[in-house]
Ligand binder design. Structure first.
Ligand SMILES: Nc1nc2c(ncn2[C@@H]2O[C@H](COP(=O)(O)OP(=O)(O)OP(=O)(O)O)[C@@H](O)[C@H]2O)c(=O)[nH]1
Ligand SMILES: [Mg+2]
Length: 330
């Protein structure tokens, strides 16, 4: 596949080309890497002349209703003329090779919409690798004219921080569980969330709605403690992804956050993200090299045996491995 053909297909918004291009940038096969690089370079050049797409990360525990919410939100956005891409970063796929997020069954209407494109999580590799694939898939979608990209991720481990580092606005979905809602939320989340929505506040269930409102108020209070007088006080709203109630309000808050950043703030945020991404790529690559180093391979069994026998301390063992690594010829 030639890069020029891919570019033509993307500009024309051809879905088959998008799927192909995303597969290409997700690929870890060495023979794809060169083409993928060339494609991404061309896309990066084009991106500078475009209005930046709205990139939103959507997180929350399994079952909080992320996919259902995206189905509702995507419906609103496509009806308003937007082209909506949905990607997933799934930490469980890192371990098991299967992906549960971004499942099209919860997004059946959206996945059938001509102006929506849903891509489940790439199903293998490290979290860094999955994140890299997702960032690059985002570039492909944007080149094809997708002006909103939603990234779904489960609130497990490092995945939220990873996703927060790739999007403009980070939306956290939570539930009203009276009493324990604050304990149930990792403190780190309150530090990175830009907008919080207490989900499943269905209008036909007044008791639940009320519970959600109380939870939202408590959360807003907790946020003030955690974030102090930060410039942006993350709004806490309630919604019901299933019925679509107040999903428009959540989106309005996302746009408020975007307004707050402003064009310069957004450009600055994205530049910083690129810098972090660069170092993540370097670390990933170094990790790979270490894994495949001939020098390290030659000594690792000996070093291990010596360490286990108590003949080497950890710092000395590390020195040995690093020396072996440095002795490699690249
Ligand atoms: N009552 C109610 N149920 C909801 C709402 N949103 C989602 N659900 C239900 O909650 C369950 C989980 O919804 P999903 O959208 O799959 O949740 P998710 O967060 O994407 O889950 P994972 O992708 O597995 O992490 C489904 O049975 C939904 O029908 C809501 O607003 N109200
Ligand atoms: Mg889901």
């Amino acid at each position: 596949m030639r890069v020029a053909d891919l570019l033509d297909g993307l500009r024309a918004g051809h879905r088959a080309t998008m799927a192909r291009a995303i597969t290409l940038v997700e690929s870890t096969a060495p023979r794809h890497r060169e083409t993928a690089r060339e494609l991404l370079l061309a896309l990066a050049g084009e991106a500078t002349t475009r209005t930046p797409a709205v990139r939103v990360g959507i997180s929350g525990v399994p079952g909080v209703g992320k996919s259902t919410f995206i189905e509702s939100l995507g419906g609103l956005l496509t009806a308003a003329g937007h082209k909506v891409g949905v990607l997933a970063v799934d930490p469980s796929s890192v371990r098991t090779g299967g992906s549960v997020l971004g499942d099209k069954t919860r997004m059946s209407t959206l996945s059938a919409h001509p102006n929506a494109f849903i891509r489940p999580s790439p199903s293998a590799g490290t979290l860094g690798g999955v994140a890299r694939a997702t960032t690059q898939a985002m570039a492909v979608l944007e080149a094809a004219g997708y002006d909103v990209v939603l990234v779904e991720t489960v609130g497990v481990g490092q995945s939220e921080v990873t996703v927060a580092g790739m999007v403009d606005t980070f939306l956290f979905l939570t539930l009203a569980r009276t009493g324990d809602q604050l304990q149930g939320i990792k403190k780190g989340i309150l530090e990175i969330a830009d907008v919080i929505a207490v989900n499943k506040a269905d209008p036909d269930d007044p008791a639940r709605e009320q519970e959600a409102r109380v939870a939202a108020r408590d959360l807003a209070g907790a946020l003030r403690l955690v974030r102090g007088h930060a410039e942006w006080a993350p709004p806490v709203v309630t919604c019901s992804g299933l019925t679509g109630a107040r999903v428009d309000e959540v989106w309005a808050q996302v746009l408020m956050h975007r307004d707050h950043l402003g064009a310069d703030g957004l450009a600055h945020k994205r530049a910083e993200q690129q810098l972090d991404f660069t170092w993540a790529l370097v670390r990933d690559e170094l990790d790979q090299r270490l894994r495949h180093s001939a020098g390290v391979k030659a000594v690792r069994a000996d070093v291990r045996a010596a360490l286990l026998a108590g003949e080497l301390t950890a710092p000395l063992a590390a020195d040995r491995l690093l020396e072996a690594y440095d002795s490699d010829e690249w």
